[in-house]
Design a protein around this ligand. Structure first.
Ligand code: FAD
Length: 438
């Protein structure tokens, strides 16, 4: 092939990027392209900023390899075809994705490529194992995690691909301007990009403490410790494809280990969303009880972290400050919204969707439905008693004091139940009573 266009979407990396690697291996000239699609912009200021940072980083890396990242605005299909014709390309490559929107885009792109006699190829790379690659004997996807994990861990994984050494860009087309860096909403949000993601991955795998253990080695014991903040925080980089999930899983080693198992949860929700694309709007479990209350005030105090339940408020405030929340806090805050105060999981999903850097359809919807009891949990009536969770996963109250400064002066685990403090102490705290008592 003489010239190939690589349409980047949320696979913003050069390492183990099959659509890019194959184009570089089979075409003499390669045109890396990203199209800023107005239909996807503006859903989350945090993610718009992270995306922009990731694009700037990818562009710098591609320039270092002799190429560039061409930027266009508009409909990705029309812009890809326009550019392909401009550079007289023979083919287009892209990474396959699972959402309604992405699948529609892929179908349209494939049709338009046919019409213009361009070879079209979609590649894996968004997950460790392709959604749809593993099926149980009695269905088109796995509904329960544990059998999926067994099949996933025992499956043949594709071989990773190396980053290209050099990219030859055809002369002619304008590279296109990346607009000014948009403001995010969260002051402490992580910065995007493959370079930052790889740095974080190296730190996660390699940083060894004085006992000779890496953070990965300690993950099994520490991942639920809210104050310890001992998880990888790789999720935003996986969300935008700044890191290859296959590379992360392979580098972590032990397929049966607790960390790689979490990466399997990510793949699990992708294969569910692939089979059930309405996951963001419709209860996955047929016959699930959906009797939600409507209470705008309760939703409002949950969103801003003023429920009066400190562990819930701490999580919700971390979300707004960082654009990220610890998984245990996500479980507690989502369980509180749906099972304690009985509000609709879709409202929680939308709020998380606005703030989370890692927010994506399969994982956000899949996890919300799991917690609400409408999804893949085999025990849909399970509750997340926030107080019990608080004492178990934040036993000294440090996580709460970090995020709820009004309670910073309350020592130890007493911080989880300010309503039990002596009246005089309570009166001095600028902190509301629990929602259930208002
Ligand atoms: P680690 O503990 O270091 O785990 C490593 C990786 O495994 C993560 O980066 C992530 O890619 C994956 N992972 C871990 N737990 C899960 C899980 N339960 N489901 C799917 N993948 C997982 N994760 C998202 O990536 N995007 C979302 O929009 C999202 N929304 C969520 C909403 C709710 C209500 C809940 C309960 C969980 C949600 N999660 C979501 C899953 C999980 O909370 C995050 O992936 C995790 O907290 C990210 O932090 P980390 O990278 O430090 O994770």
């Amino acid at each position: 092939m003489r010239t190939a266009v690589v349409l980047f979407t949320r696979d913003l990396r050069v390492h183990d990027q099959p659509a890019l690697a194959t184009a570089c291996a089979t075409a003499e000239q390669v045109v890396p392209l990203f199209v800023l699609d107005p239909r996807l912009a503006g859903r989350s200021a945090n993610r718009d900023r992270f995306l922009h940072q990731s694009l700037a980083d990818l562009r710098a890396t591609l320039r270092g390899l002799g190429g560039d990242l061409l930027i266009r605005h508009g409909d990705p299909v029309a812009e890809t075809i326009r550019l392909a014709r401009e550079v007289d390309a023979d083919g287009v490559t892209v990474s396959a994705d699972v959402s309604h929107y992405a699948r529609h885009r892929q179908r349209r792109l494939s049709d338009e490529c046919d019409r213009h006699r361009l070879a079209y190829r979609a590649f894996p790379g968004l997950t460790v194992v392709d959604p749809g690659a593993l099926t149980p004997t009695n269905g088109d996807h796995y509904k329960v995690f544990t059998p999926y994990f067994r099949a996933w861990a025992g499956a043949d994984w594709r071989a990773g691909c190396a980053a290209p050494e050099r990219i030859r860009l055809p002369g002619g087309p304008a590279v296109g301007r990346l607009p000014a860096l948009p403001d995010g909403e969260s002051p402490q949000a992580a910065a995007g990009g493959e370079t930052a993601g790889r740095r974080r991955l190296r730190d996660w795998l390699g940083h060894v403490d004085r006992y000779g253990d890496s953070r990965l080695d300690r993950y099994g014991d520490s991942h639920d410790d809210l104050a310890g903040d001992a998880t990888s925080r790789l999720s935003p980089y996986l969300r935008f494809g700044c890191l290859s999930p296959l590379e992360v899983a392979t580098a972590a080693g032990d397929r049966a280990g607790p960390f790689v198992r979490q990466l399997c949860w990510r793949d699990f929700h992708y294969q569910v969303a692939n089979a059930f694309p309405d996951l963001a709007t419709t209860a996955y479990r047929r016959g699930a009880s959906e009797q939600w209350r409507y209470d705008a005030d309760a939703l409002d105090v949950w969103q801003i972290g003023h429920t009066g339940v400190p562990i819930v408020d701490a999580g919700m405030r971390q979300l707004r400050a960082e654009g990220w929340m610890h998984n245990r806090a996500r479980l507690i805050t989502a369980g509180y919204l749906t099972k304690e105060i009985g509000l609709d999981w879709r409202d929680g999903l939308a709020w998380f969707g606005r703030w989370l850097l890692d927010g994506d359809l399969p994982n956000n919807s899949g996890n919300w439905q799991w917690v609400a009891g409408t999804g893949n949990d085999t025990r849909p009536h399970r509750g997340f008693n926030p107080l019990r969770q608080a004492h178990r996963f934040d036993p000294a109250g440090e996580y709460v004091r970090r995020w709820v400064p009004e309670l910073a002066g309350v020592a130890g685990a007493a911080v989880h139940e300010p309503w039990r403090l002596p009246l005089a102490v309570r009166a001095g705290l600028d902190y509301p009573p629990p929602l259930s008592e208002r």
